[in-house]
Design a binder for this molecule. Structure first.
Ligand SMILES: Nc1ncnc2c1ncn2[C@@H]1O[C@H](COP(=O)(O)OP(=O)(O)OP(=O)(O)O)[C@@H](O)[C@H]1O
Ligand SMILES: [Mg+2]
Length: 266
């Protein structure tokens, strides 16, 4: 259970929870006109159950491609990608992805959008109703179940997008710059919500962001990538107690360190 993995009195959680995600020497090459393009090569890292991992790096270093490979939407050209010890062969119920653009169905209500994946899994109606209500409550949208996506704000749509994947209870939640298009205040609210949901549920999160402060304030570890081709430059633990203040000297020091690494590639 998560309870014995999480921060206890602000101390880092136990390091020895099982590896849920394990990548070894993973490379991706795209065919392009007249040849091949290596998006990244030789990526090796792992994440343990309940870990919150941020991935940052310059545009084009392969962050989105990496998430798509973990999600099973793309195939790696070399290396091993394991989820709970089994090779990834395609998309699966154990992994879900949240994108920057909420990909809600505009013709379905908020409730129907959240229920969609559960219907596809063949759950009975009563169970679906209960689970949808629970997750709408968790993301603070209980009163908006009957609204259409076009009738709610961008921040609320991202909450629906989050509820829609959380309701499927994936082992690994993949988030690709999910809050990048939101205004500062909504973004902060979504970050707080993400951390509180992560504390409550049993997911491992891989969160791609360009925003170093976002990475430092959310994650247990920050993977820094550099390009091109993409590689892992560094893997930095964030040993800061939660809740974190973005103005705390320790977080500001960490931000400066990561920014310098990004700027120098060293
Ligand atoms: N389907 C594709 N065919 C050819 N090249 C691709 C394809 N998808 C991605 N690439 C290339 O692979 C590299 C990595 O792309 P990716 O989108 O993963 O980068 P990223 O780190 O997510 O960038 P950003 O921060 O801008 O989102 C880029 O150079 C991109 O042009
Ligand atoms: Mg990207």
């Amino acid at each position: 259970m998560k309870a014995n993995l999480k921060l206890i009195g602000g101390l880092p959680r136990a390091e020895k929870s099982p590896k849920v995600l394990d990548l070894t020497a993973v490379s991706k090459v795209f065919p392009i006109s007249g040849g091949f393009f290596t998006a990244f090569e030789n990526l090796t890292f792992s994440a343990r159950t309940g870990e919150f991992l941020a991935v940052t790096g310059p545009s084009g270093c392969g962050k989105s491609t990496l998430l798509k490979i973990i999600a099973g939407f793309l195939k790696a050209d070399a290396g091993k990608v394991l989820i709970s010890g089994s090779p990834v062969k395609g998309p699966g119920a154990d992994r879900c992805m949240v994108f920057q653009e909420d990909a809600l169905f505009p013709w379905l209500t908020v409730e129907e959008n959240v229920a969609f994946g559960l219907f596809r899994r063949g759950l009975v109606k009563k169970k679906i109703k209960e689970r949808v209500a629970h997750f709408l409550e968790l993301v603070g949208l209980a009163p908006f179940g009957r609204y259409l996506p076009g009738e709610i704000s961008g921040g609320m749509r991202q909450r629906v997008a989050l509820a829609r994947v959380l309701v499927l209870e994936p082992l690994v939640l993949l988030m690709d710059e999910p809050f990048a298009s939101l205004d500062m205040q909504t973004r902060q609210e979504m970050q707080d919500l993400t951390v509180s949901l992560w504390k409550e549920l049993d997911q491992t999160i891989v969160f791609v962001t360009h925003d170093v402060v976002e990475a430092c304030s959310l994650a247990d570890r920050v993977l820094i990538m550099k390009g091109a081709p993409g590689r892992i430059q560094d893997d930095i633990p964030v040993n800061l107690p939660r809740p974190r203040s973005v103005d705390s000297p320790a977080l500001l020091r960490l931000k400066a360190k990561i920014r310098q690494k990004l700027a120098t590639g060293l």
